[in-house]
Design a protein around this ligand. Structure first.
Ligand code: UGA
Ligand code: MN
Length: 257
């Protein structure tokens, strides 16, 4: 199947580094299609050029939509007070519903630009059956070394989750912990992300429209292999750059960083 990976992304000093790292996954995996949605009023030459240099023009779709200001994080806000990627993922879902051939099996995965993904994860996703949502462990998330689905004895059904953070959520898992058979989005047109949910409930919000716990398809060696990590990049410190800017100078004049 074709796997559509949906990545919201926004301008900040480390953006090109993050997207370069991800682009190498796509170069290794020919059945992946990358939907990048820029949180911006237009697409940027930084992202366009990056896709071109990686040779991904034919296997990518570049969209843009800006997060409304009332939902955007402000300078010193901790990153968890507002949901991220809502607008962008919903635009990608609209694009997918309009463009994907419904007669062909395909998979949708929501891929943050800052996580770390093994190529092996995508081989697991390719096993997702029509009408189902595949699930697997995620490393370094929710205050644990690993959050993972708990399975029955023959490892065919999810019986629970080990989450420590808000375990009462309908699906107490991270965005990186699942991928979805595209036919579910066609059958459930109301499925989308929302600003109206409590923090940490975006995953439950999308999944509640699409599946139930007992319908989840466990992957990654019966949920014993960790193939994705919820890494987060440190905010870039630019104190010396700011000092330069005050003097009317900069270190990156004429360079794209
Ligand atoms: C966690 C999950 O991993 C996210 O998938 C989920 O959207 C988020 O919580 C949430 O609850 O909203 P976290 O690492 O804290 O994620 O979030 P970020 O990596 O900062 O953002 C998720 C994605 O949205 C990234 O691809 C990021 O580039 C993008 N984003 C973030 C924007 O497009 N605009 C923003 O203003 C901020
Ligand atoms: Mn992240």
């Amino acid at each position: 199947p074709t796997i559509y990976a949906v990545t919201p992304t926004y301008p900040r000093p480390a953006q090109k580094a993050e997207l370069t790292r991800l682009s190498h996954l796509f170069m290794l995996l020919p059945h992946l299609h990358w939907i990048i949605v820029e949180d911006a009023n237009s697409t940027t030459s930084l992202v366009r050029n990056l896709l071109e240099r990686a040779g991904l023009e034919k296997r990518s779709t570049l969209l843009n939509i800006k997060t409304p200001p009332e939902f955007k994080l402000q300078g010193k806000d901790p990153n968890w007070i507002k949901p991220r990627g809502v607008e962008q993922r919903n635009l990608a879902l609209a694009w997918l519903r309009n463009h994907v051939d419904v007669d062909r099996h395909s998979i949708v995965f929501f891929m943050d630009d800052d996580n770390s993904y093994s190529t092996e994860l995508f081989a697991e996703m390719a096993k997702i059956q029509g009408g189902r949502v595949g699930v697997w462990p995620v490393g370094l998330v929710g205050g644990l070394m690993v959050e993972r689905p708990l399975l029955n004895e023959d490892r065919t059904q999810v019986t629970g989750f080990n989450a420590a953070w808000r375990p009462e959520r309908p699906f107490p898992i991270d965005m990186a912990a699942f991928a979805i058979s595209m036919d579910l989005f066609i059958r459930n047109p109301q499925a989308m992300f929302s600003y109206e949910v409590q923090r940490g409930y975006q995953e439950s919000e999308i999944l509640r429209h699409l599946t139930t716990r007992d319908q989840l398809q466990p992957l990654a060696n019966g949920c014993r292999d960790v193939l994705v990590w919820h890494t987060r990049t440190e905010k870039t410190k630019l104190n010396a750059e700011e000092a330069l800017l005050k003097k009317g100078q900069r270190s990156d004049g004429g360079l794209e960083v």
